[in-house]
Design a protein around this ligand. Structure first.
Ligand code: SF4
Ligand code: SF4
Ligand code: SF4
Length: 579
């Protein structure tokens, strides 16, 4: 049923149940919001109405109404910019700022903060209210996420991200009135909770209360240490997003500019995590085919995403036999760099510094896991996010947009189209299917676009004929969706051979370390399209055809799944239920 109303004297018809905010957007009338957060592509909406910044005047009502949570009614007349509404918004903003540090210049969300943008938009140059300010200790306990509750505006968007979307349940409102905060149970440091460091709360937080732990200065120090050889690997999803930090269109593929920028920053070699993604496919597909042939330990679950792996370890420890034992591409890269490559160039592993540029905050945590080091030397030394790399490029005065395209160094820079799609939900499975189909059939198959596994939907299913075998697969992203699927498996209601799992909705292209999208789904769709465009334009699109991977097995690893490959490239998981 449609409802007719007027906003700023303009008529509009919207579905019954719509809010004033939704009706206004149909007329392209912008009402400012702070606590409201919507991601159409994942059917996520946080509309608590708690900040009151979106108040509007409704004819006949004594009180102003929050546009984000007030449903439209037939014949309603709304004024979004009456003097009363504007004054109320200014007062609300003034009150919010009275309990805010206002240290914008040194805030990690400087120029990416909705509160700062709103204050500027509303021309707020003077604050009337002065009062007590909350003071909490910063939580820097984890390797991945920093929490500064002094900056929290209690919008509770992080709660929706953590509890509704991800169903991890780490963050919730505690206390009342002035003492209310969004915190962990018992105000425990984040490192001591079930947090999987996906960073979806960081993406959702409109202010600098949640951000990444910053490792830029560790990278600068390494680059300026002449006793070290410093190499960098860049994850697939970074290349289709970093341009946004330099005002390039979302979906721009900036691989070449990024490589040139990394060289200018001083890295000795610029390598590609995509090389290791191809390696992951060699190991994971070997395991997939073996498990399917023996019909044991099915379904096999992908293990590239450390956020998902930690979720499994905490929440479903009875299923720890299911994930592939293959390390993630980031960790495979580190293991190969510190063994094969270090030997090749005659450098001791402790003198080779491996830096990762990731779309992901959980990768910072992953690199610190004990099992990913050898004699106390970590396989990956420092992990920075896409945003941190963009900061370093700006800091060095490099004009990113104007750079010529560079190419990756050899041998750990060579990759295929199968690897680049790791950045999207469905990409790992499609890459594995391309290799499995060739290996099982013994042919070089030309039909390699498994389009049924693509897209941003939270759960996708596909039955694919792979060399005469019918493989039933599922692709799942967003931990709330993962929980639903695993519970179905536990109840015996779902049977699959293989499941690809990514913690972040849509996969790494929507990682917690990517440029802030502020809930704009169209940005994610453009990043997704860019990854598949990149794949389609690659001369080699199957992981097992990567010449540097073939050489790596010939010279060093032996066969995929060999004892030595297992020692270097596989891992095991920990029951963390009681941790
Ligand atoms: S990083 Fe993920 S799991 Fe941790 S608090 Fe944020 S949303 Fe929750
Ligand atoms: S931490 Fe950020 S997202 Fe969470 S309630 Fe505070 S301001 Fe909102
Ligand atoms: S989906 Fe990607 S970005 Fe998100 S936690 Fe997993 S690996 Fe990190």
């Amino acid at each position: 049923m449609m409802v007719n109303l007027k906003i700023n004297d303009l008529p509009v018809s919207v579905e019954a149940g719509s809010t004033i905010l939704e009706a206004a957007s149909k007329l392209d009338i912008r009402i400012p919001t702070l606590c409201h957060f919507k991601m159409d592509c994942f059917q996520v909406e946080h509309r608590s109405g708690s900040c009151r910044v979106c108040v509007v005047e409704v004819k006949g009502r004594p009180n102003l109404a929050p546009a984000c949570s007030t449903p439209v009614t037939e014949g309603m007349e709304v004024q979004t910019n009456s003097l009363r509404a504007i004054n109320a918004r200014r007062t609300i903003l003034d009150l919010l700022l009275s309990d805010h540090p206002k240290d914008c210049l040194i805030c990690p969300k400087n120029l990416n903060c909705s509160l700062q943008a709103l204050a500027q938009e509303m021309g707020l140059h003077q604050l009337l209210y002065k009062g007590e300010q909350s003071t909490y200790n910063k939580d820097l306990s984890s390797k991945a996420i920093a929490r500064d509750l002094d900056k929290c505006i209690m919008c509770r968007r992080c709660e929706t991200a953590c509890n509704v979307v991800q169903t991890v349940g780490v963050l919730s409102g505690i206390g009342r009135g002035f003492n209310a905060v969004v915190g962990t149970a018992g105000l425990k440091p984040l490192a001591e909770t079930n947090c999987v460091f996906c960073g979806q709360c960081v993406q959702a937080c409109p202010v600098g209360a949640l951000s990444e732990i910053d490792y830029k200065y560790d990278v600068w120090r390494a680059l300026n240490d002449s006793s070290k050889t410093v190499v960098v690997q860049t994850a697939p999803a970074v290349r289709v997003a970093i341009g946004e930090c330099f005002d390039m269109q979302p979906g721009s593929i900036s691989t070449g500019k990024m490589i040139t920028a990394l060289r200018m920053l001083g890295f000795d070699k610029v390598f590609d995590t995509d090389f290791a993604a191809d390696l992951t496919i060699m190991e994971e597909t070997t395991e997939l085919i073996e498990r399917v042939r023996k019909n044991e330990n099915l379904p096999i679950l992908t293990s590239c995403c450390p956020g998902w792996v930690k979720f499994l370890e905490h929440q479903f420890p009875d299923l720890l036999y299911m994930p592939s034992s293959a390390k993630s591409p980031q960790q495979m890269f580190g293991a190969i760099a510190k063994s094969y490559y270090a030997q090749k160039i005659g450098v001791k592993p402790e003198d080779l510094i491996v830096v990762s540029v990731m779309p992901c905050l959980s990768k910072k945590y992953e690199a610190s896991r004990e099992e990913f080091s050898n004699n106390g030397v970590p396989d990956v030394d420092i992990v920075i996010s896409t945003r941190e790399l963009a900061d370093m490029i700006r800091e060095a005065g490099i004009q990113f947009e104007d750079l010529e395209d560079g190419v990756y160094d050899s041998p750990l820079g060579e990759s295929t189209g199968a690897a680049v799609i790791f950045g999207a939900s469905g990409g790992v499975l499609e890459a594995a299917l391309r290799t499995a189909a060739d290996w099982i059939s013994g042919e070089d198959l030309q039909e390699i676009d498994f389009t049924a596994v693509r897209g941003l939907q939270g759960i996708k299913e596909a039955t694919v004929k792979v060399g005469g075998i019918e493989l039933k697969a599922a692709i799942c992203s967003g931990l709330g969706n993962v929980r639903k699927l695993l519970e179905k498996i536990q109840r015996g209601e779902a049977n699959y051979h293989a499941i690809e799992v990514m913690a972040c909705p849509g996969g790494c292209l929507n990682g917690g370390g990517q440029p802030y999208h502020h809930g704009d789904s169209s940005i994610l769709k453009k990043r997704l399209d860019a990854l598949y465009r990149d794949d389609a334009g690659m001369p080699i699109r199957k992981s097992h055809k990567n010449p540097s991977i073939i050489k790596l097995y010939d010279e060093f690893l032996g066969e995929p799944g060999s004892h030595f490959a297992h020692k270097l490239l596989h891992t095991s998981y920990v029951n963390r239920r009681d941790q």
